[in-house]
Design a protein around this ligand. Structure first.
Ligand SMILES: [Zn+2]
Length: 384
């Protein structure tokens, strides 16, 4: 049995599993886990307008508690492959580093928890006291519609339940052991549309320029949303585009739009946040600006995994292996933890994220063995 995280990571990197392609990555994991006694399932999910995506769920043991490791084998495209010093799908080792797309995000992380689980099962020469499960999707980096969200529901429909989850996303900033992500901000996208009256720039009194109104509303909406909370930095509204689409130099346009994204903390619910934004616009418009909001559907609500026994256990494992006490962070973009949190408490802990999505993405080989040792320790403590 191979419990070498470097070997597993190399095999995974060699699979061209750019979303939505399976690329052989799940086939490889299925074989690896099945040989160690895991019961492995594959599930393909599809939906009109999206590509079908392959997913994997594996479990060893029938008893509770069920410790879940989650991750994704899909990767973002390599971009210009000629720009890579080490080919993105070769899994080359050089100077103590393993190179390739997905090395840190997050085939490396999967390799580490797979190796830790295999090693634990091997050492006990039997099934664990409870159960260890792996939930691996091929749809995280893109729209994340046919991935974890559906796989969790599929598993629940089969009677599976989870007690705690480690999501192996690259959570660390500088060094393995510096950061656990224990929650994520919510994300909400909206557009603001101001309507005016089109006309000749030389006769502004006969027109109504929506850009004037839009700038007033933009200024009002950029005021701070809060001062942060116990577990979160302040929420932030960021305008990402201002669009008029007017190519004519002497024309006052009839409409102006702006798009924005809000990363919000646990002081807000999505509904309350929309109300707050709409009230601010109403007050700034003072009845003189005609405007409307368009809100996009969002499945990325804010959540926080409150410190408790599981968090303490993970911290203790990290301290024992690295000597570092990790900080609990809620920074960064969204992840599949937003779906997992509806089923069980979830912490995110993986490799160092510095090179994720970059040319020559890489992890140090040392980090792979350190992370494997941490996961192994977490499993030991969890069932100990
Ligand atoms: Zn990732």
């Amino acid at each position: 049995m191979s419990a070498d995280p470097v070997a597993i990571a190399r095999e995974l990197i060699r699979c061209r599993s750019v979303t939505p392609e399976e690329g052989g990555a799940l086939v490889y994991l299925q074989d690896l886990l099945a040989r160690a006694g895991f019961e492995v399932h594959r599930a393909i999910f599809a939906e009109p307008g999206t590509a079908p995506v392959d997913n994997l769920y594996a479990r060893i043991g029938n008893a509770k508690p069920n410790l879940l490791f989650a991750g994704h084998t899909d990767v973002v495209p390599a971009g210009n492959e000629a720009a890579w010093a080490h080919p993105p799908f070769a899994g080359e080792l050089a100077g103590g580093k393993l190179y390739g797309r997905g090395a840190v995000d997050m085939k490396g992380g999967i390799a580490c928890f797979a190796a830790a689980a295999l090693d634990y099962v091997d050492a006990r020469a039997s099934k664990p006291k409870g159960s260890i499960s792996l939930l691996i999707t091929g749809d995280e980096e893109s729209v994340a519609i046919n991935g974890t969200v559906k796989l969790l529901r599929w598993a629940a429909d089969r009677g599976e339940s989870f007690d705690h989850c480690i999501l192996g996303e690259p959570s660390n900033v500088e060094t393995v052991g510096d950061t656990i992500k224990a929650g994520r901000r919510g994300s909400l996208n909206g557009s603001l549309i101001v309507t005016g009256r089109q006309g000749h720039v030389a006769y502004p009194e006969r027109a109504e320029n929506p850009i004037r109104g839009l700038t007033i509303l933009i200024a009002a909406l950029q005021a701070p949303l809060d001062e942060g909370s116990e577990h979160f930095t302040p929420s932030n509204l960021e305008f990402t585009s201002v669009d008029v689409g007017n190519a004519t130099v002497n024309l006052i346009p009839g409409e102006a739009r702006a798009r924005f994204n809000i990363r919000y903390n646990d002081r807000h619910s999505q509904a309350a946040l929309k109300t707050l934004i709409e009230r601010r616009a109403e007050s700034a418009a003072a009845g003189r600006i005609r405007y409307a909001f368009e809100w996009q559907q969002s499945n990325a609500d804010v959540f926080v995994t409150k410190p408790g026994a599981f968090t303490e256990l993970a911290i203790a494992a990290i301290v024992e292996v690295t000597g570092r006490k990790p900080r609990l962070s809620t920074s960064g973009g969204t992840s599949d933890a937003r779906f997992i949190k509806d089923y069980c408490p979830v912490l995110e802990f993986g490799l160092v994220g510095q090179t994720m999505h970059q040319v020559d993405e890489c992890t140090s080989v040392q980090d792979l063995s350190t992370l494997t040792a941490i996961y192994r320790r977490i499993i030991e403590k969890y069932f100990g």
